[in-house]
Design a protein around this ligand. Structure first.
Ligand code: ADP
Length: 344
């Protein structure tokens, strides 16, 4: 097991710089998730740690050792990809054993490790099958098994659940979490899905355009986002933003402060509570309701034209086009500088 230290890590493809100096400390045994929109540099960062991409500048350390010039196979990392990349002509057993056999590991040791990994992943019954005779979820377990048998210092996962259907994604996510609790090995996991990030991570790293926007525990990011980008990325549906003109006349009394011209307030959909117009922080014209049974997503627009969503226990009583007021506990309101996007 090992922690990692990244210092001023830069990546350029030709003249185009895509990573702009990433500093990151990952503790030994931590589950770290890199999250951000497509193209933000998550995979590139992971592949630079794996040694599959060279770094253009800076330093990557695994444990105490700088690995900038260490080949991928010597870094003590094992990677699980979105596409399982199993050998189609080999059985599950042989797929899992392959890397160890290449490394000339003792056959008895290989057998021990493959069977132990298969046991953990509950694929012992499939060891003699060909990958084509497995479901997508089972194939991904084999791919994870192939990583486990190598007994790596660090596991690297690159969007491992993307090819699975929704139900299997939730189940496999849970299995990966259990696997981490059992192995206690450092894991770095890339996803664009903030729910995966929130449920799996000890520590989330939010990336945008090749830069780290914020590092923190899931709950820190949810409760204290450093800026408007993180505030909107973490949480679903995303945080609503309002200017002073969007707010009801009594809003400053309820919130306990007034918004200046260069400030916005951020109110999460799940924190908005329907109320009488006189008590409202914000009012909106009802546009659309998505009733999911356990809750409703109410889509509204303020008189100023700002769209927002409230997540309520029940669908609202009002007709489409009617005005609905919402209040919020003042301590749940977030304030941002409109120009810099930074939290205040
Ligand atoms: P993510 O995994 O967050 O979707 P990537 O790490 O794949 O993002 O990509 C980060 C940026 O680097 C993107 O702008 C992408 O276009 C660029 N990029 C990735 N690989 C290459 C490459 N081989 N050549 C040029 N640009 C690349």
């Amino acid at each position: 097991m090992a922690g990692l230290t990244l210092r001023d890590v830069v990546k350029s493809y030709g003249a185009t710089q895509v990573m702009h100096g990433v500093d990151l400390d990952i503790e030994d045994g931590e589950f770290v998730v890199f999250v951000g929109p497509s193209g933000c540099g998550k995979s590139t960062l992971l592949r630079m740690i794996a040694g599959l991409e060279e770094i253009s500048g800076g330093s990557v350390k695994i444990g105490a050792e700088e690995v900038n010039d260490v080949p991928a196979s010597k870094r003590g990392v094992a990677m699980v990809f979105q596409t399982y990349a199993l050998y189609p002509h080999m059985t599950v057993y042989k797929n899992m054993a392959f890397g160890l056999k290449q490394a000339k590991t003792d056959p008895a040791e290989i057998d021990k490790r493959v069977r132990a990994a298969a046991e953990i992943l509950q694929i012992t019954d499939y060891l003699d099958r060909a990958p084509r005779n497995l479901s997508g979820g089972q194939r991904q377990r084999v791919a994870i098994g192939r990583a486990i048998v190598r007994d790596p210092e660090v596991f690297l996962f690159d969007e491992p659940l993307s090819n699975l259907d929704a139900a299997l994604r939730v189940q496999t996510r849970l299995e990966i979490k259990r696997l981490h609790e059992r192995l206690e090995t450092t894991m770095i996991y890339v996803t664009h899905d903030q729910v995966e990030a929130m449920t799996l991570a000890d520590k989330i790293v939010v990336l945008r355009d090749g830069r780290v926007e914020q590092v923190g525990s899931p709950i820190e990011l949810y409760e204290r986002p450093a800026n408007a980008f993180v505030a909107q990325f973490i949480g679903s549906p995303k945080m609503n933003f309002f200017n002073d003109a969007d707010l009801s006349s009594g809003a400053s009394g309820i919130l306990g402060r007034t918004l200046t011209a260069d400030e916005q307030v951020g109110l999460r959909p799940e924190h908005l509570v329907p109320c009488a117009a006189a008590d409202a922080v914000v009012e909106g014209k009802l546009e659309l309701v998505e009733n999911l049974g356990e809750y409703a997503l109410v889509h509204l627009v303020t008189a100023q034209g700002s769209e927002f969503i409230a997540k309520t226990e029940k669908p609202p009583a009002g007709e489409k086009g009617s005005m609905i007021g919402f209040t919020i506990k003042p301590e749940l309101a977030h304030y941002f500088d409109k120009n810099t996007g930074l939290s205040k």
